[in-house]
Design a protein around this ligand. Structure first.
Ligand code: FEO
Length: 415
């Protein structure tokens, strides 16, 4: 059932859903259940922070209406769009007719399309923006990729409460609101959640920690599990420590054959992105490097990325010859992916993908990435028509970040 309104601190209340079923989530089964924590902040103006899972939207709005006049809600803050938190928004917005939806620009893009909210008034916030509620002040910090692109956290200055949505959460249907009355040490549950949901994005965890470093946080009010009030710094420190535990650098070999320079730019961008995460990269122009050096680097690598331009509907230069030699080697355990820039159809990249499939490396493919990680914005083969000026850097950086995450996770799993 929907939780009763529970006071967290002066003028701040929890109204959420305690879901004590086995909850399927990201191909996991949350056998301890979970909660969807929504919060009310009452000042001269009234704000709701995050909602509940889409399955419980109507129930949530009905319960909320027993505590407050829904038309009096001034703002609905959406920190994270995933439907276990934004799912109550359409039902709430229908009743809270005067409320403006507060979120990041990218969150608006998603919310409008998910819930047909095109006519709704949004208040778009950026890093450091504040919102005066009349006696209380909300401040917002963008925290992209924790764990999706549109996310932010909200800080209530006067009460020193951080509302981080998924971040600092715990997946269990806790019977008590606060961790200090749980009756046991929640550290293990907290760390399990971190490892499953946040650790793959630890580069962004570090960015988030830098943004909140100067905030005086007395209470962390996340959207799953316990509200943390006894020693919130302890939980921040756990994220700090775990996100900085980087293993020994992994190695990558990037081979490319470029015609106009665009495929070379992708290769160099991927190398830069991987190196940012501590991956050691060897990069080769296949038309200039000797086979011995290429093969030696490939055999020492954990990741091999091969790029080609397309000419006459085929891979160019020595691409087929070099990858053909890799097919004669035992490269099991190495992950491989194809990339390239093209001008018309880019058949060369597809042929290269097939050449790589003939090796015994594990091939990166979009379908597998979606099924195993839920990530939809990383494509393999990575194809770019020319180099899209407005998007190329972002796509390349995101792809490199994703690949670094795979390598670093695997290394830690093996440790
Ligand atoms: Fe709890 Fe990313 O949703």
């Amino acid at each position: 059932m929907i939780q009763d309104k529970i006071q967290i601190t002066d003028g701040v209340f929890l109204v959420g859903k305690n879901d004590d079923r086995d909850v399927p989530f990201h191909r996991l089964m949350l056998t301890k259940g979970t909660t969807y924590n929504s919060y009310l902040v009452q000042a001269d103006r009234l704000a709701v922070i995050d909602t509940v899972d889409i399955s419980f939207g109507r129930e949530y709005v009905q319960a909320l209406g027993e505590h407050i006049v829904l038309e009096s809600i001034d703002y609905i803050v959406i920190n994270h769009v995933e439907p276990d938190h934004s799912g109550g928004l359409p039902a709430l917005a229908a009743k809270a007719k005067n409320a403006r939806i507060v979120c990041t620009e990218y969150a608006r893009y998603e919310l409008q399309r998910m819930y047909n909210l095109y006519t709704r008034e949004f208040l778009i916030v950026k890093d450091g923006d504040s919102l005066d509620l009349g006696g209380k002040t909300l401040r917002f910090f963008e925290t992209p990729w924790l764990h999706t692109e549109e996310t932010m956290v909200t800080y209530l200055e006067e009460n020193r409460v951080l509302f981080p949505c998924d971040i600092f959460s715990t997946h269990l249907a806790n019977k008590t609101t606060f961790e200090d009355s749980a009756g046991y040490d929640i550290t293990e549950d907290f760390q399990v959640y971190y490892q499953l949901i946040m650790h793959p994005h630890r580069r962004h965890v570090r960015d988030m920690l830098a943004k909140i470093a100067d905030l005086d946080i007395q209470i962390i009010a996340p959207s799953h599990g316990f509200v943390l009030r006894e020693d919130p710094r302890r939980f921040i420190d756990m994220y700090e420590k775990a996100s900085r535990e980087t293993p020994e650098p992994q190695k990558a070999a990037i081979l490319y054959a470029s015609m106009t320079g665009n495929t070379r730019k992708i290769a160099r961008g991927l190398a830069d992105g991987l190196e940012k995460d501590g991956i050691q990269v060897d990069i080769f122009d296949m038309n200039k490097a000797d086979d011995e050096s290429i093969i030696a680097a490939v055999q020492e690598s954990n990741l091999v990325l091969v790029g080609t331009a397309t000419k006459y509907a085929d891979a160019i230069g020595r691409t087929e010859e070099v990858v053909g030699k890799l097919a004669n080697l035992d490269l099991s355990g190495i992950t491989a992916g194809a990339f390239g820039s093209y001008g018309w159809s880019g058949e060369g990249i597809e042929h290269l993908h097939d050449f790589l499939a003939a090796t015994n490396m594990t091939l990166l493919e979009s379908s597998t990435i979606i099924k195993t990680t839920g990530v939809t914005d990383v494509q393999f083969p990575l194809r770019m028509r020319f180099l899209p000026e407005d998007e190329a850097d972002r796509i390349i950086d995101r792809t490199a970040n994703f690949l670094a995450g795979i390598l670093l996770d695997r290394k830690e799993d093996a440790a």
